[in-house]
Design a protein around this ligand. Structure first.
Ligand code: HEC
Length: 111
């Protein structure tokens, strides 16, 4: 029993560390084009994206937008391919995926 709690504690620490690192990646590489609070930027708001895409899809797009834009329904690709490591891409995708829980609160506030 104690082992299970320890594993869970360790796991949640690891996961939140990813999201914290992902938030830092977001702030320095994505925030100039993507909002997280429902406003509009050059790219779509990430709170919406966290609803409509899986973390894996988000990671694919961040890694190679040019290869992905057609399958995501865009006619053109304005997002640059950013010089990020695979780890940074995983972290930022986890961060964006985690935003979903704030959406309901956001909608309530808008009304
Ligand atoms: C220079 C502006 C710019 C920056 C910086 C940028 N994006 Fe984008 N992004 C866009 C635009 C514009 C689109 C719309 C499609 C396109 O033009 O490729 C987009 C689309 C996306 C999509 C697809 C959304 C969907 O579901 O349709 C994802 C995912 C995404 N960006 C992730 C990221 C991540 C992660 C970062 C940071 C690591 C980032 N973007 C940085 C401009 C940007």
């Amino acid at each position: 029993m104690r082992n299970i709690s320890l594993t869970l504690l360790l796991l949640s620490t690891l996961l939140s560390a990813d999201i914290t690192r992902g938030q830092a990646v977001y702030k320095s590489n994505c925030a100039m084009c993507h909002t997280i609070d429902g406003r509009s930027g050059l790219g779509p708001d990430f709170n919406m994206v966290s609803y409509t895409r899986t973390n894996a899809q988000i990671a694919h797009y961040a890694k190679d937008p040019y290869a992905m834009y057609r399958s995501f329904g865009y006619d053109a690709n304005a997002m640059p391919t950013l010089p990020l490591t695979d780890q940074e891409i995983e972290d930022v995708a986890d961060y964006i995926g985690s935003l979903v829980k704030f959406k309901k609160w956001m909608i309530k506030k808008e009304k």
